[in-house]
Design a protein around this ligand. Sequence first.
Ligand code: NAP
Length: 272
Amino acid sequence: MLRKIIPAFTAVARMSSATTGAKLKGKVAVVTASTDGIGLAIARRLAVDGASVVVSSRKEKNVQKTVSDLQKEGLTVSGVVCHVANAEHRKNLLNEAISKFGGIDILVSNAAVNPTVGHVLECEESSWDKIFDVNVKSAYMLSKEVLPHLRKRGGGSIVYISSIGGFHPFELLGAYSVSKTALLGLTKAAAQGLATENIRVNCVAPGIVETRFSSALHESESAREAALSAVPMRRLAQPHEIAGLVSFLCSEDASYITGETMIAAGGMPSRL
Ligand code: NAP
C-alpha cells in the first residue's frame, strides 16, 4: 500500500514544486553526488525552483543520463564527472559552473561513503580514512574552493548533507556517524566567519531515506520493519522530502538562517 502511495505523492510534489515559481531564478548551483538518490532530488528541485544546476558524480554514464533526463524535464542543467575526493575533479566541477553558467551561488555538498559496518572502534584505519576523506575533507575542500566564487557574486549559500546519525550515532555505522557529526561542527565554524559576507552555511540531517545507499535498511521486509520501528512517522523519507528543505535553505526565505542544521527525520530522536 505504502509503495503505491509514495510514487503518487512524489509526482504531486514535483508538480507542486514546478508551479511554485522561481525563487532561485538567476542562481547557479553545484550539487555533488547528484545522479541518484537525495542528490538527484536536490538537483532537480533547485532547477525546478529556477536555478541553473551542475550535476556530478563519479561515473560518466550516470552524469550523462541525469543531464539528459533533467533536460527532458525542461530544466537548465549541465554535468561533469566529479569524485569529490579528487582535487582535479573538484576543480572541473567548479569550472563547469563558471564556463556554462557564469558563476556560482550555491554549493550543496552531498557526497558520502560508508565502506564498513560496525562499532566505531572496530573501524579499520583505511576505512576511517576513506570515510573522512569523502564525507568531511571533500566537503571542507569544496567549501574553501567555492568561496572566492561566492564572494564574486556578493554572497551565496553552502549546504552540507549530514544525517540523523550525526546527532545519535548508529551503533553499526560508527565511523560514518562520527563523520556526519563533524559536518555539524563544520557548519557552525564556517558560518561564523562568513556571516557578515552574505554567505550562509547550513546543514540538513535526514533520517532514513529510501535510496540505494540505505537499501540494507529496506530491501527486505524484516529490515524495513525494523527500520520503521525507529521512526515515529512509521514510513521512510523519499528523496524529494529532503530536497525541498535544501532549496528553502538556499533561498531568500532563509535569509536570516546560518550555522544551523535542519533535521528531516520523521520524528526520530534528535535534540531538544
Ligand atoms: P545514493 O542514493 O546511494 O546516491 C549516491 C550518489 O552519490 C550517486 O549519484 C553516486 O553516483 C554518487 N557518489 C557516490 N560516491 C561518490 C563520490 N565519492 N563522489 C561523488 N559522487 C559520489 O545515496 P543517498 O542515500 O542519496 O545519500 C546522499 C547523502 O545523504 C549522503 O551524504 C548520505 O550520507 C546522506 N544521507 C542518506 C540517508 C539515507 O537514508 N539514504 C540518510 C541520512 C543521510 P556515482 O556512483 O556515479 O558516483
